[in-house]
Design a protein around this ligand. Structure first.
Ligand code: ZN
Ligand code: ZN
Length: 404
């Protein structure tokens, strides 16, 4: 099949389903559901795909709000491209991360691709991936091998700037609980063991550690418990930290140093320490420049250019990192709001439920479907993407070498 003609056909298909996609997106926006509770969104997106010839398996990886939708005509052993549909909202803020755009964009891209590409050319899957905002749905799905055997996977995220290649840091979550001994803070302070001192000494030790960390490492935390009243020596205190780094190995080194800060603080304060690490660890993004380049070219065909040169990327973390360790993956951003409007704000939520959201959704679905065509129909492109993935190392790994 001619690639250019196929691209025109997916654009056409998405234009024709634009009203249905936007209705789906608005439904999600009006009924926001937080991570692992996205029952309605899951049902609505599954139904959209079933009506377009997909077979949906619900509850994959033992997650009730995860699904795998295969184009029914998929055959074994063929190259298969997939799209990741996120649909969770933020507590109290609704769709302030615009996941009501992401789910429908991936569903729309999958449906368009399935309608244009014959089953001989390849398979199409849309994965429903719950709880990106803290729950790590994709981490659990990746651990269960859900993405194995997929040739490439992709999604887009609305943002304040357009960027084809997006990187993410690995992330570990640490909870420190300090246990001391209550006492009258003025009459008998000598009988108390101050658990809050354990927390404060942890913060101070981490602040000192920061100077000696490699560029790009991040540690940030809050105090979740700090005593009951000033006249009681706090018997219990707790802190909650995120540690982030560029590779899984470096993250483990960093996490160990952060835990050591807390251990030292426990020793100096005399409080007993209990460390709890969240078993969900976010992997770093394994960027794939060849793959991102395909998406960039398709965006250009649709009349959207990345600003040049791009400002440095302020990096967070995402569970898509764990998917990117399994199969070539991209997570491009498409501009929906002005650069100064941050995600996770009411202004971002408003845009995601209005004309900017609709525009981003349709554009994103088209660029995703076109990139899916590149993977399925252009063997050279597919090989380049695969070769870069196999070459292993993330393209922008920070150097740990000593510098003068
Ligand atoms: Zn978010
Ligand atoms: Zn998000």
């Amino acid at each position: 099949m001619n690639l250019d003609r196929a691209k025109s056909a997916v654009i056409d298909h998405i234009d024709k389903s634009a009203a249905a996609l936007w209705a789906l997106s608005l439904d999600l926006h009006r009924h926001p559901e937080v991570g692992f509770k996205e029952k309605r969104a899951c049902t609505k997106i599954s139904r959209f795909l079933e009506e377009r010839g997909f077979t949906v398996e619900r509850g994959v990886a033992n997650l009730p709000t995860a699904f795998r939708a295969r184009r029914s005509a998929n055959r074994a052993g063929e190259p298969t491209v997939s799209f990741l549909a996120e649909y969770d909202a933020l507590p109290g803020l609704g769709h302030a991360c615009g996941h009501n755009i992401i789910g429908p964009a991936s569903a729309g891209a999958g449906a368009a691709l399935a309608s244009v590409v014959s089953p001989d050319a390849g398979g199409v899957i849309v994965f429903g991936t719950p709880a990106e905002e803290g729950g790590g749905g994709k981490v659990i799905m990746a651990d269960n091998g859900i993405f194995r055997g997929v040739e490439a996977t992709m999604m887009m995220h609305p943002a304040g700037e357009t960027r084809a290649e997006v990187n993410f840091l690995a992330l570990a979550e640490l909870h420190f609980h300090f246990y001391g001994k209550a006492s009258h803070a003025s009459a008998t302070p000598e009988q108390g063991i101050n658990a809050l001192d354990g927390v404060l000494a942890t913060f101070n030790a981490i602040s000192a550690l920061r100077q000696h960390l490699p560029l790009g490492d991040r540690i940030h935390g809050i105090i979740t418990e700090g005593g009951e009243a000033p006249n009681i020596v706090p018997a219990k205190a707790a802190a909650w930290f995120y540690a982030r780094s560029d590779t899984a190995e470096n993250l483990e080194l960093l996490a160990k140093r952060v835990v050591d800060c807390a251990r030292g603080a426990a020793r100096s304060s005399g409080a007993r320490l209990r460390v709890k690490r969240n078993p969900i660890t976010y992997a770093p993004m394994r960027v794939n420049s060849a793959f991102a380049g395909l998406f960039r070219k398709n965006l250009e065909k649709l009349g959207v250019k990345e600003p040049n040169p791009l400002p440095p990327l302020a990096m967070g973390s995402s569970d898509v990192g764990n998917v990117s360790q399994e199969t070539p993956t991209i997570h491009p951003q498409i501009q929906m709001v002005a650069p100064e409007v941050s995600a996770h704000t009411p202004a971002f939520a408003k845009a995601a439920g209005g004309p900017p959201g609709r525009k981003t959704l349709i554009l994103g679905a088209k660029a995703l479907a076109m990139t899916g065509l590149d993977i399925l129909l252009d063997e050279n492109a597919r090989k380049r993407v695969k070769a870069e993935f196999r070459s292993g190392e993330p393209a922008r790994k920070h150097s740990r070498a000593k510098r003068a």
